[in-house]
Design a binder for this molecule. Structure first.
Ligand SMILES: Nc1ncnc2c1ncn2[C@@H]1O[C@H](COP(=O)(O)OP(=O)(O)OP(=O)(O)O)[C@@H](O)[C@H]1O
Length: 364
């Protein structure tokens, strides 16, 4: 196991005209479980393939601890990789498929057997060890692929590229927790690529959010939810995502239309900003003397456990997540408050400050 350090690593597939991965410096710490989360085409697979050596980056150097591996081919990197679809020797038994990475590296037969049986037990493959791989359904085959990726204990990292795509949804939950169990057991460095926030948030110690070829924020799940550093993280994480509302800072006060909603914390110059507040924290009809904005209710989704109250502030949508059975009706005008400790200010999509209580200043 090693720290994997990228120094100024970037990749272009078209000779530098566009960057699939913009040059970045970043360290994957040994033994941590990471999720690499981002939308389709943002550069996740490119990043993974650079780490494994399937792609040589256009610029930058890669280090495993202090060893520069930039020009070392995949075989010399000691990385295990699991792809989206099963990669197996179909005519071999499940046992032999699982044993292959170990036998290939000349592990003693006793160790091979022990390790294969351990992984098979954890992944629920004990009953099919003697069966030929091609006789399994695609979901089961992918679990065997996962097992092949996890069977070696001494690897620099295990890279998993959307490994549960073909697996039955009901089984996904079980496998993710198994994966965590195996991680605890082996201390592998895991990098798990996904575009699914639930998958990322439930699996990882640290979630690395990528957008448009760049890491926009990395942190524990709660940190990304409660304290997004970039508008993209606000949108992409959370369901529904963060509300964004254009506002203006004048004289240190944040205004939405004609209403003062708080002070700008962070010594910000005057001018336009965007307010970001998650639906979970928007308050409807609190104390009318505290700062807020008028909003017209446009619809209510009754989700069972909670309601989503959709409103318009001017021409901008703001959604509030409330308790089930909320009394609001379409077309009514309500009053929204943005709690200071949960409301952030963004410029050029990057968080630049937060909202502070008005303490009697301003008008509503
Ligand atoms: N071999 C290639 N040749 C040219 N362009 C490529 C190649 N592979 C990827 N790209 C482009 O590079 C960008 C990043 O692609 P990449 O596959 O790394 O993204 P991703 O986040 O893994 O997406 P997905 O989740 O859809 O797999 C995309 O614009 C993609 O079209």
């Amino acid at each position: 196991m090693a720290d994997i350090r990228l120094e100024g690593v970037g990749h272009s597939y078209d000779g530098g005209r566009t960057w699939a991965l913009k040059p970045m410096t970043w360290t994957w710490q040994s033994s941590r479980a990471y999720a690499l989360l981002g939308p389709s085409g943002c550069g996740k697979t490119t990043l993974l393939n650079i780490i494994s050596g399937l792609i040589t980056p256009t610029v930058g150097r890669i280090f495993f601890d202090d060893r520069d591996v930039t020009d070392v081919p995949t075989a010399g990197r000691n990385i295990a990789q699991v792809f989206q679809f099963p990669v197996l020797y179909e005519e071999m038994s499940v046992y032999d498929n699982l044993a292959f990475p170990l036998r290939n590296r000349k592990y003693p037969a006793k160790d091979v057997d022990e390790r294969v049986r351990q992984v098979a037990r954890l992944l629920g493959l004990e009953d099919v060890l003697r069966r030929r791989s091609r006789r399994l359904d695609p979901g089961r085959q992918q679990i065997v692929s996962l097992g092949r990726g996890l069977v070696r204990s001494q690897v620099a990292a295990v890279l998993l590229d959307e490994p549960l795509t073909v697996v039955d949804p009901a089984l996904k939950w079980t496998l993710r927790s198994k994966l965590k169990e195996i991680h605890r057991d082996t201390g592998h460095t895991l990098i798990y690529v996904t575009h699914d926030q639930t998958e990322a948030l439930t699996f990882a110690d640290e979630v690395v959010v990528v957008n448009d070829g760049a890491i926009v924020q990395a942190g524990e799940p709660a940190e990304l939810f409660l304290s997004p550093a970039h508008e993209f993280v606000g949108h992409f994480i959370g369901s529904p995502g963060m509300n964004m509302l254009p506002a203006e800072i004048a004289d240190g006060v944040v205004r939405v239309g004609e209403s003062d909603v708080g002070l700008a914390e962070g010594d910000l110059p005057p001018g336009p900003v965007r307010i970001g507040v998650r639906p979970e924290f928007v308050l409807i009809n609190g104390d009318r003397r505290s700062p807020g904005v008028a909003a017209r209710v446009t619809g209510i989704d009754r989700m069972g456990a909670y309601d989503l109250v959709h409103t318009l502030v001017g021409e901008h949508t703001v959604t509030a997540k409330t308790e089930a059975g909320s009394p609001y009706t379409p077309e009514s005008t309500e009053f929204l408050h943005f709690p200071a400790d949960r409301t952030f200010l963004f410029r050029d999509q990057v968080r630049c400050g937060s909202l502070a209580p008005l303490n009697g200043r301003g008008t509503t």
